[in-house]
Design a protein around this ligand. Sequence first.
Ligand code: BMA
Length: 319
Amino acid sequence: MPNLKREKMAYSLFKRYKGNPILMPEDWPYPANAIFNPGATKIGKQTLILVRVEDMRGFSHLTVARSADGFTKWHIDSTPTMEADQTSMEERFGLEDPRIIWLEEQKQYAITYTSFSEGGPVVSLAITKDFKHFNRLGALLPPEDKDACLLPRRFRGRFVLIHRPIVRSEAHIWMSFSPDLKHWGDHRAILKTRAAYWDCHRVGLACQPIETKLGWLVFYHGVRVTAAGSIYRVGLALLDKTEPWKVLKRSDEWILGPKEDYERVGDVGDVVFPTGATIDDKKGLLHLYYGAADYSIAVASAKMSDILDYIKVCPDAQD
Ligand code: BMA
């Protein structure tokens, strides 16, 4: 039996911004086929998004856009901010899907993104103070791997990476640990696909994990492959605050799925793909930035207190 009360909460959690999509390829200062899957953070009062821009060869790079209110009047870098080094094996076919966190120890932003290497997608790390100069630390683990983000600090002396390798053709969310951001080990799957559910074929981290009093909120995308193609939706899990390798809760329902035209029609239809979030502490809101149908950028917002009320009544996570 569906839990109708909880389904209602899941359904009404996020409100789409009325002006969606907030950015389209035609808003770009230079030719772009598609702009989507942005990392997001706040710098002071300003919202910064790092956007995946696909060029007319089909390769992607990353470009910064800034806005005072996070919705309108975006100031977009006039040329690509972070381009692939196409002479390198690691970045041969472009850079995709960045996630941003503030690394407390380094006092810098960490960007984890997918580099399309000669061997397939890999997770790469760059750190930056100003989103102008980037220190590229290279690929973290072998291909095929995507959908990654660090947690902002060490846990029991080690950095924590959430990522999504493909193992035996299975696409689960994994966690790995490192003393130095270079050598990674102790790999373990933490959130797996669930047979028959909306997230039965693939799961992967969505935006950066969000720290709350209850623990780490992990938004993730889940994929169901249907006769008409794949549907990308968003679910929610909660990780323990001090031992984040422990998954406490996981939503049965998806909390955001393709519904509006701009989510249903694009280069890849029926895709909502969040990669960044910002928090408005004053208003108690979480803003989720997502790629819509691999074509444009949209934002949906939820009250933080509603998100916490919802995750509290979600089932305990199963292995
Ligand atoms: C995933 C990623 C995303 C993309 C999504 C839908 O595998 O490659 O970049 O948005 O597919 O096409």
